[in-house]
Design a protein. Structure first.
Length: 179
């Protein structure tokens, strides 16, 4: 084995999938790309990593709500584009031709073009580590959408796309939550 620079170790564990997080500051919708996400347990509790460097963070902190939208591989260029410009001076819904849909619970919009959307409320912000803990309130999925492969950022400008699904449900039945 060859040694890898420790500063690159995160590229071995970079989670995924890459998500789009929408916010509404009371006047304007915005979208930010987030590649660092985490499922905290079998309940609908998730975490994302973001902070003051993202324009949307102020709205997220103020409103304490957002939508996690899950894009698919066909949206890669829009996902990267959203992550490389600021909502401070760009209407990202217009620029990237995304359709904002009204959610059932939160004021932040769903993204119609995404395969799935989860309406969330902020339950904690761990400032020291830039972690925002979210509780899922309502989940939406476009089961008619043909493309369902998600993106995973490696952290160096490259992405991995989901591939073939391997089924081990019978083998893991005792560990899978009911439902």
């Amino acid at each position: 084995m060859r040694q890898l620079k420790l500063s690159k170790a995160f590229t071995l564990l970079e989670p995924g999938p890459v998500v789009l997080v929408t916010t509404r500051d009371g006047k304007k919708n915005n979208i930010m790309t987030i590649s660092w996400t985490m499922v905290l347990d079998f309940t609908p509790v998730f975490a994302i990593t973001t902070g003051n460097w993202n324009h949307s963070f102020k709205a997220l902190r103020k409103t304490r709500e957002c939508v996690i939208a899950i894009p698919t591989v066909d949206l890669l260029d829009q996902v990267v584009g959203i992550g490389t410009c600021s909502g401070a001076d760009t209407d990202k819904f217009a620029r990237f031709k995304f359709t904002a849909l009204r959610g059932k619970v939160v004021k932040a919009p769903l993204i119609k073009e995404c395969w799935a959307n989860i309406e969330c409320k902020v339950v904690d912000i761990v400032t020291k580590h830039h972690i925002v803990v979210l509780e899922g309130l309502v989940a939406h999925m476009d089961s008619a959408r043909g493309e369902k492969r998600t993106l995973h950022a490696v952290g160096d400008g490259t992405f991995v796309v989901d591939g073939r699904r391997l089924d081990r449900r019978k083998m893991m039945a005792s560990r899978i939550p009911v439902g």
